[in-house]
Design a protein around this ligand. Sequence first.
Ligand SMILES: *Cc1c(COP(=O)(O)O)cnc(C)c1O
Length: 396
Amino acid sequence: MIMTPVTGADAGRFGPFGGRYVPETLIPALDDLAAGWSQVSTDPAFQARLASLLRTYVGRPTPLHRTRRLVGPDAARIYLKREDLCHTGSHKLNNALGQALLARELGRDRLIAETGAGQHGVASATAAALLGMPCRVYMGSADMARQRLNVVRMELLGAEVVPVETGSRTLKEATNQAIREWMSSYRDTHYLIGSAVGPHPYPTIVRSLQSVIGTEARAQVLEAEGRLPDGLVACVGGGSNAIGLFSAFIDDHDVALTGVEAGGAGLEPGRHAASISRGRPGVLHGAASYLLQDGDGQIMGTHSLAAGLDYPGVGPEHSWLHDVGRASYLSVGDDAARAAFAALSLREGIIPALESAHAVAHAMEWAGRLGPESVLVVCLSGRGDKDVDSVPGGTT
Ligand SMILES: *Cc1c(COP(=O)(O)O)cnc(C)c1O
């Protein structure tokens, strides 16, 4: 895997994006984390331990599956990178496990995390149980009511789930609460951030831990096709599965990188979560990036059928890849995601997470415009069991 040490002209900056917009008290904790990460990045024992757990516990390498019936014979071949087959059902454990191991290395034996839909909370609670660490997860009380199953999973795994009652009682407030706690607990506690967001060095650490997706996919598509794909497609919430897939192909300029944001119920303010497509640069949760904000800089409400994409910000590296034109970002709405969820289930026998269904929807449309000689790789970031109540034919 690519274990990039923290480097760059101005570490933690992606052009004008990224950086550290945090209270002074957290700077030593972030410095510690960056130094610890640089050290384990080049430590063969750490890398061997992580690689071994990824293989025997997470279930890596995940397969690259060539779809057979998803699109017609005149369309491009679509390959799915099967992150849905990871333990706990999504790519999130790649990151949670790596950060938990790093925390141990730094002598921080307790974990805190924030979660929206609960997928990152479950991944964090899982890593904590495996390594014998106490774990507290902050979760908006509105999200706890909507995502009961994941609350039960976290509790079964031994985590303490703390309801957050402020504001909209969802992910944004849960993140504020986790940051607030960390300001007083960082000496013995690691804050396990769940996506490629937050202050430096988090976006770099998360990208590196998720780069295993792209490294595997690149080798697998070369083996299957004897060449690189024409394009990659991944959904973008905070952007961790997308940057993990893209990272291995950034220097392959003939490979088009495409991030799919949540178009929600329409592109009017408040009805979507298309942070890059419809947002403006600003600062949220410790970093500069594209954000959905109103004229006064207030963060706007968001909507997506897919809880994992329902966030008003995005990782700073994606903002930069957008600005320099290396990756393109577009949005897919709730209805198209529902249709792709059904299509992949019926035609391929794979029930995808609604988040991943956004990427599948765009890939199907794009494959139709490309010829049959073209090849696309899609990150199937998670499985859809959690979503059966949100789609027609589900239990409600
Ligand atoms: C959390 C989640 C996402 C969105 O997070 P990223 O950091 O953008 O990858 C996408 N898919 C699934 C299945 C998720 O659980």
